[in-house]
Design a protein around this ligand. Structure first.
Ligand code: PLP
Length: 377
């Protein structure tokens, strides 16, 4: 492994190269190890709702125990990780650090895709360039040479690619992503969002980071780990970039009770349970796909490597109303480009899927059918 490749600092906003960020009591205390902490105006005694005092003190900006545990789970080194309040915050910090606000330093997205990339760009006042995916009827395919061309013609600084994609469920091969990384490495970062990678047969790009300093990988504990409410995610990238982003991020992003929960979720016995949940979710995804496909108002269900399926409808309003009448919420996707007739349905429990099947008037099917997913890719 060669970790000597350097990060091209000219990808970072020039005004942030020497930006020190907020100097907190935690980060600025430089003396020998203290045992009495009177430097942060914290309460002297814990609150009764916090008898262990976990939350009495400001947390470490990047809690060492969580960084080490998450890095070990991801097969990364601690200095490659920026822990964040969900990968949403990591996306936002990336946009703010690499794009000069109000300038042409834009981002590239490939519709239909996750909405937060464009939201962060809009809030930061930088342009969003869309290079639409190609709809192959059963999956969406990225046009990566068009992406490379658009990077050059627009001067975009970040390309966001989700694989498996949301809402498509389609994957992009890591080899192809690495080709794009190389093709634009002089002017842009490529950020691969692996939010759903645990549900997929495609490999992670994390092992490739050392050879590709301008690649970043987003991961989250919101999906496979079942901790969406805790808000824990990470960017995995070159240590020099991670150091810059840490200064751009909010001062104490990781709440202590959240960190404690996330560390427990990364203990081996819990990870074993998580892996079992992922396996059964993947089985139920096949069943979900056949239930959705059996609705008379649905005309196509896309192959998915995530924990949801995307479907196109003959009458989208009717499909949404049918299931809503049985108190089942599915996601209307018609606001996204190219998806004027689409819904997205998450994999629920077996009971949830029974209810969905009943709502559609289909017969509950207890056996997983294996017609729709491609586990071999
Ligand atoms: C759900 C999702 C995330 C996760 O966001 P968090 O902020 O970590 O909860 C990131 N990217 C994609 C594509 C998603 O669908």
């Amino acid at each position: 492994m060669d970790s000597s490749l350097t990060f091209p600092m000219d990808l970072v906003r020039p005004d942030l190269h020497t930006f020190g960020g907020y100097s907190s009591a935690r980060t600025s205390f430089a003396g020998p190890l203290a045992s009495i902490w009177l430097n942060a105006n914290e309460a002297a005694e814990p609150n009764s709702v916090d008898p262990d005092g976990t939350a009495r003190r400001y947390p470490q900006p990047q809690p060492a125990a969580l960084r080490a545990a998450y890095a070990a789970y991801l097969g990364a080194r601690g200095d490659q990780l920026l822990l964040a309040r969900g990968s949403d915050e990591a996306i936002d910090v990336l946009v703010r650090a690499l794009c000069r606000p109000g300038s042409d330093d834009g981002i590239i997205v490939c519709s239909p895709t996750f909405g937060m990339y464009a939201v962060s760009a809009a809030l930061h006042g930088v342009p969003v360039h869309d290079v639409p995916q190609q709809d192959r009827g059963d999956r969406f395919v990225h046009d990566l040479s068009a992406v490379a061309h658009t990077v050059r013609s627009t001067g975009a600084r970040i390309v966001f690619i989700a694989s498996p994609g949301n809402p498509s469920g389609s994957v992009v091969e890591v080899e192809a992503v690495l080709g794009l990384v190389q093709a634009v490495s002089d002017i842009a970062m490529v950020v691969l969002d692996e939010a759903y990678t645990e549900f997929s047969g495609e490999l992670s790009a994390i092992p490739d980071l050392d050879q590709h300093p301008t690649l970043g990988v987003l991961r989250t504990m919101s999906k496979a780990h079942g901790l969406a409410g805790a808000r824990v995610g990470a960017l995995v990238a070159h240590p020099d970039l991670i150091a810059v982003l840490g200064r751009v991020q909010a001062p104490y992003p990781m709440p202590a009770p959240v960190t404690e929960m996330a560390v427990r979720a990364l203990e081996q016995k819990v990870l074993t349970q998580t892996a079992e949940r992922v396996t059964s979710t993947v089985h139920r995804r096949d069943r979900l796909a056949s239930i959705v496909a059996s609705h008379p108002g649905v005309r196509a269900v896309y192959t998915s490597e995530a924990n949801f399926v995307l479907a196109r409808c003959v009458d989208t309003d009717q499909v949404i109303r049918d299931v809503a009448a049985h108190a089942i919420a599915i996601r209307d996707m018609r606001h996204l480009p190219g998806l004027h007739d689409a819904v997205r349905v998450s994999v629920g429990t077996d009971a949830d899927l029974d209810a969905l099947a009943a709502a559609q008037g289909a017969r509950p099917d207890p056996e997983p059918t294996d017609t729709t997913s491609e586990r071999t890719r």
